[in-house]
Ligand binder design. Structure first.
Ligand code: FAD
Length: 259
């Protein structure tokens, strides 16, 4: 059977500290978070993500989440609102109690601007991952696509897929300076040359056999891709096409745009 399986994880709020930052490219910064609170943290899939809780400007600590039976809940009336955004778990090193998150640097929102100023010792909260979608690695082929925000997940996909499996991977970035070393060949699409995921993946040929499609990035640009994959009659259970952010719109949940 090739049915993706959803597994759930315990939801524990964790307070972590920035251990170091590493520049991956001009607009991508790896932030290594660490701390004892990482004990017991687990994740299982390449696109697993956590909610990162940021301190308000000038504050040392973030407002942490309020949890109820169903997970994240609105805080009690009168309590400060937490500020949080979704980010992918790029690497976990449990022995070192370290977690890497690769942030796209942009100055438009609290997530991007926090990362641009992150320094060792700064604190953030994390919550999640809530669940992992385990996609079997037994498909005949995989079609992967990402913009910068989904590049951390696509990079993890490439590290997990078995050697030799047919993989077509496309990554849209601003320009050639944003390319990074990955575990397998990808086709880089450069926006400064007019190349986009939408233009390439909305006409892509699907190979014969059973395939899995995973594409994530800016929500509006994904719509023609979703239409194209559906029009090809591709099994809906074998495609995940997920809006990770939406131009001009604060925060999520752009998953709502998926239909
Ligand atoms: C499952 C999941 C995993 C994700 N993983 C990552 C990850 O690993 N790394 C990562 O960087 N992002 C990731 N994202 C995307 C990230 O959550 C959004 O980009 C988020 O909006 C950033 O929050 P913000 O506070 O910087 O901006 P917001 O306050 O949410 O938005 C403010 C403004 O900034 C714009 N904006 C938001 N993101 C960008 C961007 N990347 N470039 C340019 N303008 C932007 C918005 O359109 C809006 O106009 C992920 C999203 C999801 C759903």
């Amino acid at each position: 059977m090739k049915t993706p399986e959803l597994v759930w994880h315990d939801l524990t709020p964790r307070l972590l500290e920035v251990r170091r930052t590493t520049r991956i490219s001009p607009r991508m910064l790896r932030v290594t978070l660490g701390g004892e609170d990482l004990d017991g943290f687990s994740h299982a899939a390449p696109d697993d993500h956590v909610k990162v809780f940021f301190p308000e400007p000038g504050a040392e600590l973030p407002v942490m989440p309020t949890l109820g039976e169903e997970g994240l809940e609105p805080p009690p009336p009168g309590s400060p609102l937490p500020t949080f955004r979704d980010y992918t778990v790029r690497h976990l090193r449990p022995g070192l109690r370290e977690l890497d998150i690769d942030f796209v640097l942009h100055e438009h929102g609290p997530g991007g601007s926090w990362a641009a100023r992150a320094e060792p010792g700064d604190k953030v909260g994390i919550l999640g991952p809530r669940g992992s979608t385990l996609v079997p690695y037994t498909f005949d082929w995989y079609l992967l696509g990402a913009d910068e925000t989904a590049l951390p997940a696509l990079a993890a996909w490439l590290e997990r897929l078995p050697a030799g499996v047919r993989t077509m991977a496309y990554v849209e970035v601003a320009d050639a300076a944003e390319e990074q070393q990955l575990a397998a060949e990808v086709r880089w699409l450069h926006r400064d040359r007019g190349e986009t995921l939408a233009s390439v993946l909305s006409t892509v040929e699907l190979p014969p056999g059973d395939g899995y499609v995973w594409v994530a990035g800016e929500a509006t640009g994904l719509k023609p891709i979703r239409r194209h994959i559906r029009a090809r009659g591709h099994n809906r259970d074998w495609a995940e096409i997920d809006g990770y952010w939406k131009r001009g719109v604060v925060n999520l949940d752009h998953h709502d745009d998926d239909e």
